[in-house]
Design a protein around this ligand. Structure first.
Ligand code: NDP
Length: 525
């Protein structure tokens, strides 16, 4: 993994390029392809971060020819940035092709094989191929099997030419299904060819967590239970379920957000320093951290986690529907749209430091943030000291992932004047101020990493296993609920008003430990 952030060597950090290859999208007629994948690959081509020897093939059942697919390609790019020159869009469109076929029919794979061979010769891509599987999850295994059986994919380590497969999230529904999927995929692929994506890890601000921790030695001596009181991770969306009710009704918030994004963020904050920035060493340390999370006490789940579902409410001055009134959602749905949990970490560094994690839809505003809350200053110095007018608040180090991208450190300072008054002030770094507004799309980073053969930001099998092993017990009552009078240990589902910060039980989760969620407006400039 590159060290990408340094003002002094920003020239050499700026552009990392991928080699020549063909990039095939399965499910190319879908939402992800349109909103994220095509614009991201366009950005890679436009900024010359992939070689000129590069082509894109969309594959799906929808009947389209190259010309019809190119219309979708042009729309996808204009949607992201209406100001891009037509000539640039056109140059990219000429690299895009389409093959129509089923996901379980050899004909389709054979047509794809013939087309990629033809394009490989035309674009001189050396037989290198990346397949991005962006279909609903039940199709993942069948697609990889289809590629293998039809000779588009050979199981090998990292030989040239390479064939690599990016598999979208979610990866499994629980421990058993994830294991089954791993076994199915690894029948046709070596682990080195399999890229299990978590698009959060492509964000610069997420990658910065490691750089910040390990390139700034002043923090390392304090990065432990002697100095840190708690860690809070919030992933809040103001949007509701939108057009993804079919998927979300089956998945729920815990599966959708925790197994991947939230646990990955927790691992980046909590892991030990890796031996090097090599992908295996980074992933080793993340897995060790996940294994050190204490399994939930099954007899006492409500003390450790909270489920909620949004009801009607007001967001940014507009009335919005409750989850059960959304199109495609059952009026008696028990699917959670909010989840919060307390993690205890059983290792030397973090013993006694709770990690509080929460994520939800239709919360007051979009916010992804990690707050590392330090212990308060030695009490004796200020207690009973009549000349100091306020007790010192703790130092708080905040990593803002989105929409603001940056970090800040809250410290205590004396308020100017004759009296001894303390107030928190913030030292603030905003990516936009230093690097401008153009930050890489998360998918661009990840697709480029795959082309380059760098798996640092992708999940490894043992990481997926560790995360599902932890979370699977918490899923056992999902899909059932009783409002008010719970009958199962985890079937209590609290309805919260859209536009709030979630269920009151989410507040109580911390209050019973004598803590509270940090003010969301902290650092929100
Ligand atoms: P879509 O529902 O849009 O599906 C993609 C394509 O798959 C469709 O255009 C359709 O193509 C085909 N398809 C859909 N349903 C079926 C079916 N039942 N049987 C066979 N083919 C089907 O999915 P998205 O693009 O939204 O997501 C793709 C993957 O990416 C999913 O795994 C999702 O979890 C993941 N993802 C999506 C995100 C998003 O924002 N959309 C964000 C993060 C991850 P056709 O009919 O033409 O074959």
């Amino acid at each position: 993994m590159e060290v990408r952030l340094s003002q002094d060597n920003s020239e050499s950090c700026e552009r990392v390029s991928g080699g020549r290859c063909g990039y095939v999208i399965f499910g190319a007629s879908g939402d992800l392809s349109q909103r994220k994948l095509l614009p991201s690959v366009f950005s890679l081509c436009r900024t010359k971060r992939v070689a000129a020897e590069f082509f894109i093939v969309g594959y799906a059942r929808s009947a389209m020819d190259d010309a019809a697919f190119r219309i979708k390609v042009r729309e996808a790019i204009r949607q992201v940035d209406a100001g891009i020159a037509e000539s640039e869009i056109e140059a990219f469109a000429q690299k895009c092709f389409y093959v129509s076929g089923g996901y379980d029919q050899d004909d389709g794979y054979q047509a794809l094989k013939a087309r990629t061979a033809e394009l490989d010769a035309a674009f001189a891509t050396g037989g290198n191929l990346v397949f991005h599987v962006a279909t609903p999850p039940p199709l993942y295994a069948g697609i990889v099997a289809g590629l293998g059986k039809n000779g588009l994919l050979k199981r090998h380590q990292n030989d040239a030419p390479f064939q690599r497969v990016i598999v979208e999230k979610p990866f499994g529904r629980d421990f058993e299904s994830a294991e089954r999927l791993n076994n199915d995929l690894l029948e046709y692929l070596a682990e080195e060819q399999l890229y299990r994506i978590d698009h959060y890890l492509g964000k610069e601000t997420v990658q910065n967590i490691l750089m910040f921790r390990f390139a700034n030695p002043i923090f390392e001596p304090a990065w432990n239970s002697a100095y840190i009181d708690q860690v809070q991770i919030t992933v809040a969306e103001s949007l509701g379920v939108e057009h993804r009710a079919g998927y979300f009704e089956q998945a729920g918030l815990l599966r959708d957000m925790f197994q991947n994004h939230l646990l990955q963020l927790a691992a980046l904050v909590g892991m030990e320093p890796p031996v090097s920035l090599d992908s295996e060493n980074i992933r080793d340390e993340k897995v060790k951290f996940m294994k050190s999370i204490r399994p939930f006490d099954l007899d006492n789940l409500p003390a450790q986690m909270v489920r909620g579902q949004y009801g009607p409410g007001v967001i940014a001055g507009h009335e919005v529907r409750g989850y059960r009134e959304e199109a495609g959602v059952s009026p008696s749905s028990c699917t959670e749209t909010y989840f919060a949990m307390k993690l205890s970490i059983d290792n030397w560094r973090w013993h006694g430091v709770p990690f509080y994690l929460r994520a939800g839809k239709r919360l007051e505003r979009k916010l992804t943030r990690i707050a590392v809350v330090f212990k308060k200053a030695a009490y004796g110095l200020f207690a009973g000291n009549k000349s100091v007018e306020s007790a010192p608040a703790p130092n708080v180090l905040v990593f803002d992932i989105q929409p603001r991208q940056g970090l800040s450190l809250a410290v205590q300072a004396k308020v100017p004047g004759v009296r001894m008054c303390l107030a928190p002030v913030r030292m603030d770094f905003n990516y936009r101020d230093v690097y401008g507004s153009e930050m890489d799309e998360d998918y661009s980073t990840l697709i480029l990493d795959c082309i380059r053969g760098d798996q640092s930001l992708y999940w490894r099998r043992d990481g997926v296993q560790a995360s599902w092993r932890l979370l699977t017990p918490a899923l056992r009552d999902s899909g059932t609920c009783s409002l008010g009078g719970a009958s199962g240990p985890m079937d209590m589902l609290e309805i919260y008003p859209a536009g709030s910060w979630g269920p009151t039980a989410g507040e109580r989760l911390l209050e019973k430990d004598g803590r509270q969620w940090l003010e969301p407006s902290l650092g929100n400039t």
